[in-house]
Design a protein around this ligand. Structure first.
Ligand code: GTA
Length: 322
């Protein structure tokens, strides 16, 4: 019988160190015992699929897990090795000068980015489910009477944000930090970016100050923080990735999923999810709006889209003529 240490080592090799330890001290594969429950959404264009499944991973009770599979972009520095040394090609058809083949690349050039949310709440499952979306115009009163109570009662946990700010998770991934408690922030690669190519660069700046939920809370007091994020964020990205500020889309989501102020940095050429006009607010515009009217985000009607199944949309339907 293998000793626990040996068992852990073997399982570690198989897992590449990515497993979690169960009660017996054995490392378990994050997808161990995977059973598919439903396909939540798929996109042929984005080469992604969102799955609802069950896993029996580690200590966690994962009757409900969300797994996101995404084919990763080509990397210009390794792409030529895909074609060198007569790779395995299957002819699909040939017509005159046109040939279509299926290429089977070696495993290291054929990665699938795999995101596992485990255990996933019902809200996570709904978030990734393909659904109709509806546009909503939220007035100042709507925010106070409907949205704010909703956010306070049932938004996603932001523990992962505190883990980043307190260096309990992803500490080695931090690209830049301004440690000032009021006007500082942490700049870190987003969940959605594998950092292998800058073509889909995606970072987030998370502010140190707690209690700023979203755009709606921003006023003139927050201008130094917003300016720091804009200027220092651009500078850090130029230094680390060689991408200039005029190639970056720097924006906040309204509504966000996580109500602790954060700013998205994506490259212009990348059509990042959530960068559409009904959700993304450019940071430079946000700063100007507050400069011209310090109460801009408390008083203006803000427009955004909500999915059919979202509790917030149901609240608006109940309480307003929608
Ligand atoms: N570094 O633990 C984390 C982490 N988490 C839990 C979330 N984020 C994290 N980053 C790090 N570590 O950009 C990131 C998210 C997001 C930001 C929160 O924090 O990736 P938000 O509050 O405005 O929420 O931003 P938003 O935009 O709804 O989040 P999200 O998850 O990006 O969803 C938007 C759409 O993107 C989804 O509806 C879906 O269509 C798509 N999407 C989400 N995740 C993926 C994915 N892994 N792969 C492909 N598409 C995805």
């Amino acid at each position: 019988m293998a000793h626990t240490g040996e068992k852990r080592k073997r399982s570690d090799e198989k897992n590449n160190g990515n497993g979690s330890t169960n009660a017996e001290g054995t490392l378990q594969h994050p997808l161990s015992g995977f059973e598919l429950k439903a396909v939540l959404r798929e996109s042929a264009r984005d080469k992604t699929i969102f799955l609802h499944g069950k896993v029996t991973s580690g200590n966690e009770n994962c009757d409900d897990a969300v797994i996101i599979l995404e084919k990763t972009p080509f990397q210009t520095d390794t792409v030529s090795s895909l074609l060198k040394n007569d790779p395995e090609l299957k002819l699909q058809f040939k017509n005159d000068i046109y040939g279509v083949y299926q290429l089977s690349p070696p495993a290291e050039l054929n990665e699938i980015k795999t995101t596992v949310i485990c255990p996933a709440s019902e809200k996570h499952i709904k978030k990734y489910l393909q659904q109709e979306v509806y546009l909503l115009h939220e007035t100042e009163d709507d925010y106070k009477a409907i949205t704010l109570p909703y956010i306070e009662s049932q938004s996603f946990s932001i523990q992962w944000v505190y883990n980043i700010l307190e260096k309990k998770a992803e500490a080695e991934r931090i690209v830049y930090e301004n440690p000032d408690p009021a006007n500082g922030f942490v700049l870190i690669p987003d969940f959605k970016w594998n950092q292998k190519q800058v073509e889909d660069l995606y970072l987030i700046a998370i502010c140190h100050q707690r209690g700023i939920r979203s755009l709606r809370d921003l006023n003139a007091d927050h201008l130094p923080l917003l300016m720091n994020i804009l200027e220092e964020g651009k500078e850090a990205i130029l230094k680390r990735y060689g991408i200039t500020g005029n190639k970056l889309r720097i924006y906040l989501h309204y509504q966000p999923s996580y109500y602790h102020l954060h700013v998205h940095f994506t490259v212009l050429g990348h059509d990042a999810p959530g960068s559409s006009v009904e959700r993304a607010h450019l940071l430079c515009d946000v700063i100007q709006n507050i400069e011209s009217n310090p109460q801009y985000y408390q008083t203006r009607t803000l427009t955004f889209a909500l999915r059919e199944d979202e509790a917030l949309l149901k609240k608006f339907k109940e309480l307003r003529d929608f």
